[in-house]
Write a protein that binds this ligand. Structure first.
Ligand code: MGP
Length: 200
């Protein structure tokens, strides 16, 4: 909750110009923004070859700067992805923290809506608004012809109660009423059209 207060303080200072003490506002932990440009995939290239960690940050000020300048999904090319993950975790099924995990997915048909849901999610993550923050790896925004989407990656897929709690909280944060589904990475690894395991 200390971080939430820091975000509010930074926002007030920015709005009123009362940033007398120029100390940056530290976040609870360090985060990384990633980018995957799959718009021009190289023939035969394995998945992940265009995935790059771009910036890490641990202050409210750096977050706003990066978000504002770069990391808005409406700036993404077709088939592109932005990721915000805890530092030390790669946004891949193969990462040890993700290997037994899964993801909640929500689709969006309007660009403005995707930007809003993305920003609400980023603020909830860096502001440590989830009680189950330890189980969260990060979030991915994807621009796809079939419909843009956000996916919240978590660590312990088999813990249904925990995942349901995270799913309900996320739905509330992004103000979604449509059904949201949870898939296990392990299922996705084995087949393409996986059946979802949980629904909120
Ligand atoms: P996806 O993330 O399930 O959906 O990845 P996407 O990118 O929206 O594509 P869609 O057309 O299915 O909607 C699709 C494919 O990318 C998977 O079937 C895998 O072949 C590959 N892939 C995706 N991820 C997140 C990984 C990963 O973490 N590791 C590996 N090895 N392949 C992945």
């Amino acid at each position: 909750m200390a971080t939430e207060a820091a975000i509010e303080a930074a926002a007030t200072e920015a709005a009123t110009g009362t940033d007398k003490e120029k100390q940056p506002h530290k976040l609870e932990r360090k985060w990384a923004f990633w980018f995957d440009n799959q718009s021009k995939p190289k023939q035969g290239a394995a998945w992940g070859t265009s995935l790059r960690q771009i910036y890490t940050f641990d202050t409210v000020e750096d977050f706003w700067c990066l978000y504002d300048q770069i990391f808005k999904p409406s700036k993404l090319p077709g088939n592109g992805d932005f990721h915000l993950f805890k530092t030390g975790i790669e946004p891949k099924w193969e990462d040890p923290e993700c290997a037994n995990g899964g993801k909640w997915t929500v689709t969006s048909n309007r660009k403005a809506n995707l930007d809003t849901m993305w920003l609400e999610t980023l603020m909830a993550l860096i502001g440590e608004q989830f009680n189950e923050a330890d189980d969260i790896c990060g979030v991915v925004a994807s621009v796809r012809q079939r419909g843009d989407k956000l996916a919240l990656w978590t660590k312990t897929a088999t813990n249904e109660a925990l995942q349901m709690s995270i799913g309900r909280k996320w739905k509330e944060i992004i103000d979604v009423t449509d059904k949201m589904t949870y898939n296990f990475h392990d299922d996705s690894r084995r087949e393409r059209n996986v059946k979802s395991r949980y629904t909120v």
